[in-house]
Write a protein that binds this ligand. Structure first.
Ligand code: P6P
Length: 324
């Protein structure tokens, strides 16, 4: 039985982190409060998806041209509602929103998010997730956020994280001082520190890539994938970035979504998939690259920009780069 003093909740952890910065105003802590609340709402909806008629195509398609499932829309609305009600976010970039959603012009933070990534797995009960990135606006508070506030390089991220709705629900995040994981304890309705100071192994035995696209990969990527087979590595790919990423973060491994002939810039989006996961990867001791440059150095040109991604255990990423 855990005693009171052995449990650190997410709120306590965030408050302790804030206390390290005397000039902190608490606004970032309140953004985390709002994200945590929305994550609990989405967790509730994901867990009852099989019971209520909210599974299946919503009928609409998002800017990616993908069929949008109802839970995508519900999750998007819940995060926007929570961040809007909190009042500490001036703008939201979302996979489910074609354009920037302007919230409080007097707030100083911008949130980029994929509210429910891996939604093709909803119907088959596989793990899915929310991915988020937080930036400080660069234009004056009191004015509507601009493109300059929204299209910042990943190096400017103040914080990044994900929620994985799997066998348990976890929130994993970084503010640039390491990576910490919190598991939702439904008996108290809060996220509790379960994975302090997460580090990804330098090497791993798992490679994650959609080999159905093998014939479309560059010769360098093909060479690296073949080398993984020669080393008898394990192929693990569920088609849900958060699930594949979380497994590899803990066990060690490499996750790749490279350019293909049909998707010359890859499939995954820079602002709310690649940049947050790259920040987490580097904070956990791994590497995250497009194959040409660090993901967090890419200057975004538009909200839903895609980039190729190779990220995970540093030794494996370096080995992959040597094949390119
Ligand atoms: P593919 C889910 O749709 C997603 O955006 C990521 O979560 C996942 O890693 C990727 O696409 C899977 O794409 O083309 O392999 O099905």
């Amino acid at each position: 039985m855990r005693t009171r003093n052995s449990v650190t909740t997410l709120s306590q952890f965030v408050a302790n982190e804030q206390a390290k910065y005397p000039t902190a105003t608490g606004n970032l802590s309140k953004i985390f409060r709002d994200i945590k609340f929305a994550a609990k709402l989405v967790n509730r909806d994901v867990n009852k998806a099989g019971l209520v008629d909210i599974i299946g195509e919503h009928g609409s398609t998002n800017i990616q041209g993908e069929e949008v499932k109802k839970l995508d829309v519900i999750a998007n609305n819940e995060f926007i509602w929570s961040l809007s009600a909190g009042g500490d976010c001036c703008a939201i970039i979302s996979e489910e929103e074609d354009y920037v959603r302007h919230l409080n012009p007097d707030a100083k933070y911008v949130v980029a998010m994929d509210p429910l990534d891996g939604s093709s797995n909803i119907d088959v009960n596989a793990a899915i997730g929310t991915i988020f990135s937080i930036y400080k606006r660069v234009t004056p508070v009191g004015t509507p956020a601009t493109e300059e506030d929204c299209l910042q390089t990943g190096e400017n991220q103040i914080a990044a994280g994900y929620v994985i709705y799997g066998s348990s629900t976890m929130l994993v995040y970084t503010t640039g001082s390491g990576v910490n994981g919190f598991t939702l304890d439904m008996s108290i309705g809060d996220f509790c520190l379960s994975h302090p100071d997460m580090k990804t192994p330098e090497q791993g035995k798992i490679y994650s890539i959609n080999e159905g696209n093998f014939k479309e990969f560059s010769s360098g990527i093909q060479k690296y994938v073949d080398s993984c087979k020669e080393k008898r590595m394990s192929a693990r790919y569920i088609g849900s970035m958060v699930a594949d990423f979380h497994r590899n973060l803990i066990k060690g491994g490499i996750f790749m979504y490279p350019a293909t002939h049909s998707a010359p810039k890859g499939k995954l989006r820079l602002m709310y998939e690649c940049n947050p996961m790259a920040f987490l990867t580097e904070q956990a001791g791994g590497k995250a690259t497009t194959g040409d440059v660090r993901i967090m150095e890419v200057k975004p040109n538009e909200l839903h920009e895609r980039v190729p991604v190779i990220m995970g255990s540093a030794g494996m990423v370096e080995e992959c780069l040597s094949c390119l």
